[in-house]
Design a protein around this ligand. Structure first.
Ligand SMILES: [Zn+2]
Length: 235
């Protein structure tokens, strides 16, 4: 159910009041969102994105307004695990609806460089992947890919060609990664904009032997709103 917490919990839950994933109001301990927000969810993306090297990608919210603030919180330290769990449940729901959920063998994430994880104290894509795997009842392997140390932030590159080249340069297969031959992999991230990052990571997973790669993200660029009535959007 969309608004109920799963078994994947954080110690912080014991000490902090439970807050609505969307508005921050204090709520009953086992809920993810308050009744008001449950009745009035932000606009969601219902289609699938045709991203190179993936079968397709699903996203949940549009990257705008309160959602972009919540994603910022997810990256920079505010405790918004309910938001990550809400997004994960919605990613899982979309995969179930499309008959994909049972086909996933492993859930992984777009990797972050270790130094950044240490600096931030959190890897938001890993958090999303863990919650999504939990919702799907599938194992995670978050050590399939690695990101080299590079100070360029992907979202600061404006040209698609620049983003593609950058993504291809910074990601690689992790040394000593598990054998994923013939496996169907779901790769999770926080936001999909041009799809360059997911595409580069999916290409690597395929080169490592994966049979198929799907992608799931909490948000997609508001650019895709224009196409919201299309089931399958070419990225
Ligand atoms: Zn609320």
């Amino acid at each position: 159910m969309l608004s109920t917490k799963s078994g994947y919990r954080y110690i912080a839950d014991i000490f902090l009041p439970n807050r609505c994933a969307l508005c921050g109001k204090v709520i009953v301990w086992d809920r993810l969102i308050c009744t008001d927000c449950g009745n009035d969810l932000p606009e969601t993306f219902e289609g699938s994105l045709a991203i190179g090297n993936t079968v397709f990608a699903v996203g949940v919210f549009y990257y705008e307004g309160n959602i972009s603030k919540l994603i910022y919180g997810l990256k920079h330290g505010r405790a918004v695990f309910n938001f990550a769990e809400l997004g994960a449940e919605m990613i899982a729901e979309r995969l179930r609806k499309r008959g994909i959920a049972d086909k996933i063998d492993i859930v992984t994430c777009v990797p972050m460089h270790r130094s950044k994880v240490i600096a931030r104290g959190r890897d938001q894509a890993a958090v999303i992947a863990k919650f999504t795997a939990d919702k799907l009842g599938k194992p995670t392997d978050l050590r399939l890919l690695r990101r080299s140390k590079d100070k360029t932030e992907q979202h600061k590159l404006s040209e698609k060609s620049e983003r593609t080249a950058h993504a291809q340069a910074v990601y690689s297969a992790a040394k000593g990664h598990a054998d994923i031959s013939g496996k169907t992999v779901l790769i999770c991230d926080d936001v999909i904009t041009t799809g360059s990052t997911v595409s580069a990571c999916a290409a690597l997973l395929l080169s490592m032997g994966a049979e198929k790669v799907y992608a799931g993200s909490i948000a997609v660029s508001e650019y895709y709103k224009e196409y919201e009535n299309k089931e399958y959007i070419e990225v």
